[in-house]
Design a protein around this ligand. Structure first.
Ligand code: DC
Length: 268
């Protein structure tokens, strides 16, 4: 296999590849890390998946990992109906949780597995949504998740989305996006998403859940949701999927051009 610099020269010398395609190819050779953070139901997953598909990168939904862990604790009754948690049991059981993502070629996305079981559907249900924020405040849970996430992204070429990706998981990510959208738009999106999967929810339930999660995500002690200083804000209230994708691809290309023109260290 050619070392990276040789592959790069080969691509640059090829007369067939020009314009943005060249930059895009160049980026594929120089894998970068893309961190996407933001509030619940801002369309992070949709953008991250599209971006990963376009660049041939892997996609990681870090929220799914907190959700799968929450499901495990619910099943073991370490989260009670009244919302109280058995913290010592939760911490003790962390080594029993094995999480992975497996690509489903029919659905064309990666599904979440908890101890070899496909839990992709179950982790999106209201019971998990109502308890996940609480679980994600626990320091030991966060330590485990962040460790796994760093491992998943250690070879770069990854688009990871969540709440603390640009701040705690990949503070050195080459591209950081902070996504936001009007709260009514977000409520409608989540409602549509859940009802299209057959979940019986009302708009008020969705609103209450999002408000609670926003509060918890931004006020918790451990790695709260904050905009990284070097993150680019993307408010997608009035943007469709294609417009968002085009915007981010432009950002990526600009990033490559700036580095090239100034002869600075190139994206690795
Ligand atoms: O992205 P999501 O709504 O599926 O995330 C579910 C919860 O997980 C969210 O309320 C906060 C938490 N979370 C987190 O604390 N840190 C992350 N990196 C991702 C999600």
């Amino acid at each position: 296999m050619l070392p990276n610099s040789d592959i790069e020269s080969a691509v640059l010398m090829s007369g067939e590849i020009t314009g943005w395609q060249l930059k895009s190819k160049y980026l594929l050779m120089k894998q970068i890390t893309i961190a996407i953070d933001g509030y619940s139901s801002c369309g992070k997953s949709t953008l991250a998946k599209a971006l990963a598909a376009k660049l041939g990168y892997s996609y990681v939904d870090s929220g799914a990992m907190y959700r799968a862990a929450t499901l495990f604790f619910l099943r073991n009754k370490w989260i009670k109906i009244n919302g109280s948690v058995n913290e010592s049991k939760i911490i003790e059981s962390l080594p029993l949780i094995n999480l992975s993502f497996r690509y489903n070629p029919q659905l064309r996305f990666s599904e979440t597995y908890l101890n070899e079981e496909n839990v992709e559907q179950e982790i999106r249900q209201m019971e998990v949504s109502n308890n996940v924020s609480k679980i994600s405040t626990l320091k030991k849970v966060r330590e485990k998740m962040i460790h796994l996430q760093k491992e998943m992204g250690k070879n770069k070429g990854v688009v990871m989305e969540g709440r603390d990706i640009g701040t705690a998981v990949f503070p050195d990510a080459e591209l950081k996006l902070f996504m936001t959208a009007d709260s009514e738009v977000r409520i409608q999106r989540r409602y549509d998403e859940m009802t299209s999967k057959g979940e019986q929810v009302t708009m008020d339930q969705v609103r209450e859940n999002l408000e609670k999660r926003d509060y918890s995500d931004t006020h918790r002690k451990e790695n709260p949701l904050v905009q990284a200083q070097d993150a680019i804000v993307l408010d997608n209230s009035d943007l469709d999927k294609q417009q968002q994708l085009d915007y981010v691809i432009t950002l990526i290309n600009d990033l490559a051009l700036v580095k090239d023109e100034n002869n600075q260290q190139r994206i690795r």
